[in-house]
Design a protein around this ligand. Structure first.
Ligand code: SF4
Length: 375
């Protein structure tokens, strides 16, 4: 049996954050949400036949805010997955969750339905930073959800934090990390704020009180040893965990392993094809095929393998590359080697990986390495 991850996109949120370009609708009525759950369950049933020889070992509900659906609806979707697919008994089953959308009873219902991991969006402990982002919660609400989740039996919790946000300083970011570490998370994701086109932030980017590049750099570089000191090691450019708690689902993306995505904007990598669903809720509800698929050539797959591997602290393994593509990636390795002297890349037992400094400039380096690889 081939292992498979399943991603379910829930495109609803309570309100729209000022930086967000994820496909999600605020203030959606209950009947629209119910119709969406119906459509998702139909889609899950329709595609199950293609997966008869797969075993599903990770299921991930993302969004949007999945917990803007009632726990019973999330449970119904999960039940459809477990009824229709071969889900392993120890599958990692995650839902993203925003503070203020669940109480103890809801968390108990989610746990009883089979969810065993929560990824909770904190972003910052500081009210002024949260307000700038347009987030509705404060730290007290986050802490209550966290403690309720523990009480409901969740032994695998992840917190999302953000750096480079308006008004933030290296000191205030460190305070956010300190408060999170007091809660003993199993996992932590830390993303840099990106100003995305079409968001309210993009319309006022010139006037946003953003920390400068030096301050943002300091936040990233000081976070890595700080978390390590709390037993939370970095394993990917933006992700940290206690040993054994790396996100199984996200590792599938970074290791080019098969996954199926359901719902508008969800992506799949399955049967040798890359499939992208459109931003089209109406079409999805009407049962239309909103997907566009392409078959990547070998050179594109190789490039992608290098790019995704280099997101991981383990870096590019020439053995793993050779197992996948039947050759040693000499040209990629030679190109990566040139970034060792300036300290952006370090050799590993089996290839190369970025240093923390290198992660900060990984995009321009990879565009050099990958364009070289295609020559
Ligand atoms: S809660 Fe998340 S998905 Fe929803 S608007 Fe805010 S950032 Fe976007």
């Amino acid at each position: 049996m081939r292992s498979l991850g399943i991603y379910l996109h829930i495109p609803f949120c309570r309100s729209k954050c000022r930086y967000c370009d994820f496909y999600s609708m605020p203030h959606s009525p209950a009947d629209l949400k119910s119709a969406y759950v119906e459509a998702l369950c139909r889609d899950l049933a329709r595609r199950a036949a293609d997966c008869a020889d797969c075993e599903v070992d990770s299921i991930y509900f993302g969004g949007g805010t999945p917990t803007s659906l009632p726990p019973s609806e999330l449970g119904r979707i999960l039940q459809t997955v477990t009824d229709r697919y071969n889900v392993t008994p120890n599958a990692e089953i995650t839902t993203e969750c925003n503070p203020g959308t669940v109480d103890l009873h809801a968390l108990q219902s989610l746990r009883a339905a089979g969810f065993n991991r929560l990824s909770i969006g904190l972003q910052s402990v500081h009210p002024n930073e949260l307000k700038e982002l347009g987030r509705l919660h404060d730290y007290a609400v986050f802490e209550r959800v966290w403690n309720d989740a523990r009480r409901a039996g969740f032994a695998n919790l992840s917190a999302d934090v953000m750096f480079g946000i308006p008004h933030q300083t290296p000191e205030s970011f460190l305070q956010t990390l300190e408060r999170v570490c007091e809660l003993s998370p199993e996992h932590l994701s830390a993303y840099a704020l990106a100003i995305e086109e079409g968001t309210p932030f993009a319309n006022c980017a010139d006037t946003l009180p953003l920390p400068d590049e030096d301050a943002t750099r300091k936040m990233y570089l000081s976070m890595i040893p700080f978390l390590k000191g709390h037993g939370i090691g970095q394993y990917e450019i933006s992700n940290f965990s206690r040993p054994g708690y790396e996100s199984r689902h996200n590792l599938k993306y970074w290791r080019q392993e098969p996954y199926l995505g359901f719902g508008p904007t969800a992506h799949s990598d399955f049967g040798g094809k890359r499939i992208a669903n459109a931003r089209n809720l109406d079409g999805y509800l009407a049962g239309e095929d909103i997907s566009v698929s392409e078959r990547l050539g070998k050179a594109e797959r190789e490039d992608e393998f290098v790019m995704l591997s280099m997101r991981l602290c383990a870096g590019l393994s020439k053995t793993a590359f050779a197992e996948r593509f039947g050759r040693i990636p000499t040209e990629y390795l030679n190109r990566l080697r040139t970034y060792v002297p300036p300290g952006f890349v370090h050799p590993t037992a089996d290839g190369f990986a970025f240093t923390p400094e290198g992660f900060l400039v990984s995009n321009p380096i990879l565009s050099e390495v990958l364009s070289f690889g295609k020559d």
